[in-house]
Design a protein around this ligand. Structure first.
Ligand code: SAM
Length: 275
């Protein structure tokens, strides 16, 4: 496994993913019933944008640095911006919160958080992030398997699946995990991150999950036209069983990312399937 999220932390794709994540958590948190959150690919928990790995790509310069400097960012980014400010009490944007940090910030005492990560070094960092939270635990294990084992045990569940897509079978495992989880728990809320390189790959993924029959919210951001399939031209969040009220704020967020961080020909669209 070569992928390390520290190279990409705070880039445009993190902004879209983390705006979606915080809005889903906010909506699910309105229901008083306990919630179990599973982050199948948790990463390190948080990232030092001044560190060697982040500086090597400089991706945050076209992401969170622009977001934090902007005067016109839509409200969908408010929770992410608040988390960035909290992580940098002296000002500036050095530390960027990963998905586990954003999840623990939204947890209530009755909720549980299961964070899975395969890399030993990132699990050690993740343990530090989660240590203050009694309801949160990190596991060095395959996150797809964990999601399948936990689903159907009862209670409300939200699963974030954010694979590195460095293996040829990530799309197939993603679709298989969505199918298994939703078979065991048809009401589970799942949010899945996908890169957008070419439309064929994304369409094939959507066709592969169509037989599940789930209500899907598709949150798509293109930074540029999809003319070069070797590049990450955009990204998509697919949310199964989405809470109400996400379309408008997420459309605003994606439009902002496409307009402010993208090239000519960027675009944003948010739509639902299975309705
Ligand atoms: C895109 S990063 C996660 C970023 C994180 N979700 C965030 O938003 O801050 C993907 C992570 O998944 C880990 N990983 C890869 N395959 C995995 C698997 N099968 N189960 C659990 N973690 C895995 C990688 O080591 C990497 O740290």
């Amino acid at each position: 496994m070569n992928y390390r999220h520290a190279f990409h932390a705070g880039n445009f794709a993190d902004l879209v993913k983390h705006a979606t994540l915080t809005l889903v958590l906010e909506a699910l948190g309105r229901d008083p019933a306990p919630l179990t959150v599973i982050d199948t690919h948790a990463g390190a928990g948080g990232y030092d944008l001044d560190g060697e790995l982040a500086r090597r790509t400089g991706e945050a310069a076209q992401g969170v640095f622009r977001l934090m400097a902007a005067k016109d960012a839509p409200p969908a980014f408010d929770r992410l911006k608040a988390a960035v400010r909290k992580g940098n009490p002296g000002g500036g944007v050095r530390f960027y919160p990963g998905s586990p940090s954003l999840i623990v910030a939204a947890l209530r005492p009755r909720d549980r958080f299961i964070a899975c990560e395969l890399r030993e070094d990132d699990v050690a960092l993740l343990n530090q992030t989660l240590a203050p939270f009694s309801g949160a635990k990190a596991f060095q294990t395959d996150g797809y398997g964990m999601a399948e084992r936990e689903a159907g045990k009862g209670g409300r569940v939200f699963i974030l699946i954010d694979p590195p897509f460095e293996r040829g079978d990530d799309y197939a495992r993603l679709a298989a995990t969505m199918a298994s989880v939703l078979l065991l728990d048809p009401e589970a809320c799942m949010a899945v991150w996908l890169p957008l390189k070419d439309l064929e790959t994304f369409d094939a993924f959507l066709r592969s999950v169509e037989p599940i029959g789930a209500d899907l919210l598709i949150v798509e951001t293109r930074l540029k036209p999809l003319t070069d399939p070797m590049k990450m031209n955009g990204c998509v969040m697919v949310v199964a069983n989405p809470p109400e009220g996400l379309e408008e704020p997420l459309a605003d967020a994606c439009r902002w990312v496409a307009d402010r961080l993208g090239d000519a020909g960027g675009k944003a669209s948010v739509w639902r399937t299975g309705m």
